[in-house]
Design a protein around this ligand. Structure first.
Ligand code: NAD
Length: 295
């Protein structure tokens, strides 16, 4: 039987691991914040008291970390972890990170006779909870085939983007667009509010008009318009502004390396960075709805 070690049980990782448990997989969880342990055990998961020992007892490693720095610490700088993994173990990394770091981890994996795919996700915390995430996979087709049963337990759409790191490259483009349409949606709703419109009615009309987009339809940033989204709970427990800043900085880095200069992407990066510096780094990224006028 497959034994999964799930590393990183945050806003995304926790509900993803719970879906694996619900589908009958055996999952051991590990997070630097051990206060998650009791909630994970209540869901039927085991807790890794020693990362290396649990790694040794697992044949599937799934990681969902904040970003490239944490990924590097876990897989590149940690000298012990790989030597504890059994040959043939499959690493499925779902973190959004620099494609270059992913390729470094994939190279190191090969040296230890391990297999690795990058499988960043789209769909947010609601998609993670409902098991409807989209996985964008980079790596060998045979490794994706092996990863498929686990990804299917956590998501609805699985795409093979190409070679190792290409899942991340797609994710970087997607999140630059996400940031841009979230900002645009906030601006349209704030303008409507200033014009004395009901933001609920405005949203209903734009959803079936040419202004429709994912931020408006699934993630309305205006409090009181939609239930179950971060704007309905003080912008807590979603996709943090600081993670969006990370993703946009990856987009800017990639654009620079390939001679591109996306104008709106750069503006979105500056806006989110300023929002983070104002102390809103941990709020959901739809909190830009609250940014001060004209700033
Ligand atoms: P999060 O900060 O809520 O969770 C990350 C978890 O990783 C934390 O619990 C942290 O303690 C843990 N962690 C960090 N370093 C670790 C280590 N070395 N070992 C074990 N655990 C470690 O972040 P999140 O919102 O769950 O996002 C995770 C990833 O998914 C990010 O790369 C993000 O960009 C991406 N993502 C998030 C969303 C979203 O809506 N939140 C959507 C799509 C993609």
């Amino acid at each position: 039987m497959d034994q999964i070690l799930f590393i990183g049980l945050g806003n995304m990782g926790f509900p993803m691991a719970c879906n694996l448990l619900r589908k009958g997989f055996s999952v051991t969880g590990f997070d630097l914040y051990s206060n998650i342990q009791s909630s994970f055990e209540k869901e039927g998961g085991k807790w890794a008291h020693s990362l290396e020992q649990s790694a040794n007892e697992s044949n599937i490693i799934i990681s969902m970390l904040p970003g490239g720095k944490e990924l590097k610490n876990l897989y590149i700088k940690n000298q012990k972890l790989f030597s504890f993994l059994q040959k043939g173990t499959l690493i499925i990394d779902c973190t959004t990170a620099d494609p270059e770091i992913i390729r470094q981890v994939a190279e190191k994996s090969k040296k230890y006779f391990l297999n690795m795919v990058d499988a960043p996700v789209s769909g947010g915390t609601a998609g993670a909870a409902q098991g409807t995430l989209t996985f964008i996979v980079g790596g060998a087709a045979s490794d994706l085939d092996r990863a498929r049963p686990f990804l299917s337990a956590m998501g609805k759409n699985i795409f093979h983007a190409g070679k190792s790191g290409d899942g991340q490259a797609v994710k970087v483009c997607n999140n630059m667009l996400l940031a841009i349409h979230m900002i645009g949606t906030c601006e349209a709703l704030n303008l409507g509010k200033a014009l004395g419109l009901s933001t609920k009615t405005l949203s209903e009309i734009m959803k079936v008009s040419s202004g429709n987009n994912w931020s408006l339809e699934k993630y309305n940033p205006c409090p009181g318009v939609m239930k179950g989204v971060p704007s309905d709970r003080e912008y807590e427990g979603g996709f943090a502004v600081q993670l969006m800043v990370k993703d946009l900085s990856l987009a800017m880095k990639s654009a620079k390396s390939y001679g591109q200069s996306p104008v709106l992407g750069k503006k979105a990066y500056d806006l989110y960075k300023t929002h983070m510096e104002k102390g809103f780094g941990k709020k959901d990224f739809s909190h830009v709805f609250k940014q001060e006028k004209g700033k």
